[in-house]
Design a protein around this ligand. Structure first.
Ligand code: COA
Length: 334
């Protein structure tokens, strides 16, 4: 069996910055409320017709490949995580295969695990590499969420939290032992599916899908029971991190960096206290980008890559929780 290692990371965010003050102008909210509850100061919103979920993914993938010293022709497979695809079907993975100009008709898999989507995707890619089926896999998380948010006072409980952006990593086979992705851990609890979801269009009601799309417009924006999400998130984040550490005979004190999905700064701080991690071992950028769902973790990895914030042998834990509910972790030795 081989191991898989991240050999490049890139990200792309739309140019348009939307501050909390900008949101105050279009709904009944305040900079103070948003910062206090979530830590968010601003987020990026895509320009419709310019940015799409797929092309932001492609842009971040190009940077990741360049940093890895590879080209599109080295890519054996693409895994793309998003909850905000360009089309209801097909998923955006195939668009990346085209936009990258891959000479080969490599496979493209789309993963729908919302905020846990990037770690689920990383895990899938890791298995393909471990078995020797593929050598180089692009793993992408990208979201264009702003177009689906209810940006009125009615939707403020959800819409102030989310932003647009994309991140990608190149995962490659390594024969080094105890390096790269040490293990991944995934969970779900579907009884809570409707506590954080977009209901329509979908086949969950007796209404026809077509009717849903045209008449059930009130359900086409995300709905969330924020407090239930918060309570479950803090428990599951901690559990799944400890699961990854225990599986590798490690303890929180061994970690060099905790890379949490950027759901809410208060969730991150809660988990940080529980694991007794110092500030310099926890990465947060929710202040700048809000919650970009499947993209938060690869954006962080790319920022760390740019800042040369990753050293040989560093031990990282990635962890996420979100809609489903689903949650997941990955332990990485660089
Ligand atoms: N601006 C101003 N007021 C707002 C608001 C906004 N954007 N959104 C909600 N409010 C109001 C509510 O209407 C409510 O008013 P009321 O008491 O008069 O009814 C009040 O603020 C408190 O709302 P509540 O939902 O109890 O706030 P909260 O302390 O639970 O914080 C969240 C809300 C969403 C920030 C918090 O629950 C949370 O972070 N949950 C997890 C979210 C998450 O991580 N989601 C992504 C999963 S990956």
């Amino acid at each position: 069996m081989y191991n898989s290692k991240i050999v490049g990371a890139g990200h792309y965010v739309p140019e348009k910055i939307v501050t909390n003050k900008d949101l105050e102008k279009i709904m009944d909210t305040s900079d103070e409320w948003i910062r206090e509850r979530s830590g968010i100061e601003e987020r990026r919103f895509a320009e419709m017709g310019v940015d799409t979920t797929a092309n932001m993914g492609t842009k971040s993938a190009k940077i990741a490949l360049e940093r890895a010293g590879l080209t599109a022709d080295d890519v054996d497979f693409i895994v793309f995580a998003t909850l905000s695809p360009d089309y209801y079907f097909p998923g955006p993975g195939v668009t990346v295969q085209h936009e990258l100009g891959c000479k080969r008709t490599v496979g493209a898999l789309d993963v729908r695990n919302q905020c846990s989507g990037f770690i689920y995707s990383l895990s899938v890619a890791d298995q393909f590499i471990k078995t020797g089926m593929y050598k180089t896999i692009l793993v992408i998380g990208s979201e264009l969420q702003s177009s689906g948010l209810d940006l009125t006072t009615r939707g403020r409980g959800v819409s102030v939290l989310f932003g647009d952006g994309a991140g990608a990593v190149v995962l490659q086979r390594t024969e080094e032992e105890n390096k790269g992705i040490l293990s991944t851990h995934m969970h779900s609890e579907g009884q809570f599916a409707e506590l954080l979801c977009v209901k329509s269009p979908g086949n969950h009601t007796k209404e026809k899908f077509y009717k849903d799309m045209h008449e059930d417009y009130k359900n086409t924006s995300p709905q969330m029971d924020g407090q239930a999400v918060f309570k479950n998130a803090v428990v599951r984040f901690s559990q799944v991190i400890m699961e990854a550490l225990k599986a590798n005979n490690c303890a929180p004190a061994d970690l060099d960096m905790f890379v949490p999905h950027q759901a809410n700064l208060r969730i991150t701080q809660f988990v940080q206290r529980k694991l007794q991690l110092p500030d310099n071992k926890v990465y947060s950028n929710i202040q700048k980008f809000g919650n970009t769902t499947a993209a938060t973790i690869p954006i962080i990895l790319s920022e760390l890559w740019e800042k040369k914030g990753i050293k040989e042998n560093d031990l990282f834990v990635l962890a996420a929780f979100g809609s489903g509910f689903t949650w997941a972790s990955a332990l990485i030795r660089w």
